[in-house]
Design a protein around this ligand. Structure first.
Ligand code: ZN
Length: 202
């Protein structure tokens, strides 16, 4: 394990919490960043900024998705299940700027179906890290395949990226990426049904 990747045990609200995040270092970084951009870290509005900056990162990185693996017996087989419009926020790993995605998931239920809230938990779990939209889709698809035990999985994400909209080309744009596996890859009918059920290309 590289030396920069360590778990920090920190004292929060009277409880020791294992964390990947080193808040002390983050506060120093925020303080130094304010100086580097010509600000006075001691002026009234900025006094608490390093602490807020550290807690923002802690909240983002230490996100706990809870239980993602509750499955139920399926009553029917070969039924397409689609969950759409799950909005997640993530951070682009190239610029450390936010992006948000609306994630849609489809799968063919065989002998197991996943509890509805678990899809959102899985999507949030992989969004709460430095990320790329394409990789986010792959990781959600991999986790679903692992939990449900089927390769018949489709994931589609449409996202707005601040690294494109507020800097660089400064143009709003919707980026769409999709993963299709199993029946969704082999059958254009299955893909069409999935697209219809999620409401076009949203
Ligand atoms: Zn970016």
């Amino acid at each position: 394990m590289p030396s920069f990747y360590r778990n920090f045990t920190q004292f929060y609200g009277g409880i020791n919490v294992a964390s990947k995040v080193n808040c002390k270092v983050l506060e120093t970084i925020a303080h130094d960043l304010l100086i580097a951009i010509g600000e006075d870290p001691h002026r009234e509005g900025l006094k608490e900024t390093p602490r807020r900056f550290a807690s923002l990162w802690k909240e983002f990185i230490d996100y706990d998705p809870g239980n993602t693996e509750t499955c139920f017996e399926s009553v029917t087989t070969d039924q397409m299940v689609v969950i759409s419009g799950m909005r997640v926020w993530s951070l682009c790993e190239h610029h450390l700027l936010p992006f948000w995605c609306d994630v849609s998931i489809g799968y063919i239920a065989c002998d197991k179906v996943l509890g509805l809230s678990k899809f959102a938990r899985i999507a949030h779990k992989y969004a709460h890290t430095l990320q790329l939209q394409e990789r986010l889709c792959h990781q959600i698809a991999d986790e679903l395949t692992k939990i449900i035990g089927t390769n018949d999985v489709a994931v589609l994400a449409s996202g707005h990226h601040l690294c494109m909209e507020m800097r660089g080309i400064r143009t709003p744009g919707l980026m769409t990426s999709s993963i299709t596996r199993g029946i969704f890859r082999e059958s254009s009918e299955a893909r069409m049904e999935f697209m219809q059920l999620i409401g076009g290309t949203k």
